[in-house]
Design a protein around this ligand. Structure first.
Ligand SMILES: NCc1[nH]cc(CCC(=O)O)c1CC(=O)O
Length: 333
């Protein structure tokens, strides 16, 4: 694009900024509740909503409360909810078998939501960390290396158990090589032709996940970092290779994560591939904004909407955000 800008005063760019009406007419991007996927933390019990101190305004919900949240999301026009289980430490094992237990929290919540609000899309997370005694996303050998192919086998079992429970969208967040191809084959093999995969394709080894690890109870046992499988924050070309690879293995949509510090990657992805592109505004991003707003240092609703608009401007079709219900409420007036 080559803008034509005659000399002043023929051009006064402020003319179109004068009133709200003019600004609305020429606004290039818009936000709507349909842009959001709402990540929700699930725990056991009944009637429970337990605050997460590092994420002001976010709670862990028992399954009945998750169903209530799902009804609320649907009424607000949010198309999808994404489930993250807080697993009882007693259920964490070396083989992570709870990950594919048909009766695990994630599967119970999926069935309950699909039963109560069938038109709300349920997205489920594939990775071993909520079930792993090490807190890592995959199996570890004696040297501390995260094993790829053995982990992919487990992820396939987890994927199938989520599909059987009724998950509409599988979200692999593990960053193992070839998991998308393996999951796609397994889904086709079991007749789950229309289960979509939203791949966490470019997921960085980020310090912004801290509050999330508290929220799912993965912080305790976790030692070290995830740099051996998640991406180096210095890389951008590698993100394009990962996205190309995941698309070629059968991902329907791709995600960049975290969001705000990686908007350049979102834009590159959209320009290069033109596929449905999502970003995850992660727990640490939420904590920065919500925490500052709580102290009165930032205007909560304004920074929320501005940060979400940035994703649309960067080319994203949608964003996973803990602000989803609050933003939808503001947008719906
Ligand atoms: N598979 C783990 C997973 N899935 C989503 C998040 C982070 C989400 C957030 O911070 O909001 C993480 C954390 C991690 O990789 O350690």
């Amino acid at each position: 694009m080559k803008p034509i800008t005659p000399a002043f005063p023929a051009t006064r760019l402020r003319r179109l900024r004068r009133t709200e009406g003019l600004r609305a007419m020429v606004r290039e991007n818009s936000l709507s509740p349909a842009d959001f996927i709402w990540p929700v933390f699930v725990r056991d019990g009944e009637g429970v909503e337990e605050p997460i101190p590092s994420m002001p305004g976010v709670v862990r919900r028992s399954v009945d409360k998750v169903v209530q949240a799902a009804r609320e999301a649907y009424a607000l026009g949010i198309p999808a909810i994404c489930l993250f289980p807080y697993t009882d430490p007693a259920l964490k094992t070396k083989d992570c078998a709870e990950a594919w237990n048909p009766e695990n929290l994630s599967n119970r919540a999926t069935r309950a939501i699909k039963d109560a609000v069938p038109d709300l899309m349920v997205m489920t997370d594939v990775a071993l960390d909520p079930y792993n005694i090490t807190g890592h996303d995959g199996y570890m050998d004696e040297t501390g290396y995260i094993l790829n192919d053995e982990t992919v086998e487990a992820l396939v079992k987890q994927t199938l158990s989520q599909a059987r429970a009724g998950s509409d969208i599988i979200g692999p967040s593990d960053m193992m090589d070839h998991r998308i191809g393996a999951m796609r084959d397994a889904l086709e093999g079991e007749g789950f032709r229309n289960v979509a995969i939203l791949s966490y394709a470019a997921k960085y080894a980020s310090a912004f996940y801290g509050p999330f690890r508290d929220a799912v109870g993965a912080s305790g046992a976790f030692k070290g970092d995830k740099k051996g499988y998640q991406m180096d924050p210095g890389n951008s070309d590698e993100a394009m290779r990962l996205i190309a690879r995941d698309l070629s293995e059968g991902a329907d949509m791709v995600m960049i994560k975290p969001g705000m510090p990686y908007l350049d990657i979102c834009r590159r992805t959209k320009d290069m591939f033109g596929v449905p592109t999502f970003a995850y505004q992660v727990s640490g991003e939420y904590a920065m904004l919500a925490g500052a707003a709580e102290r009165g240092w930032l205007d909560h609703d304004r920074v929320m909407l501005e940060s979400l608009m940035a994703f649309k401007r960067a080319g994203c079709d949608g964003v996973l955000t803990y602000f989803a219900p609050a933003a939808a409420r503001v947008l719906n007036g």
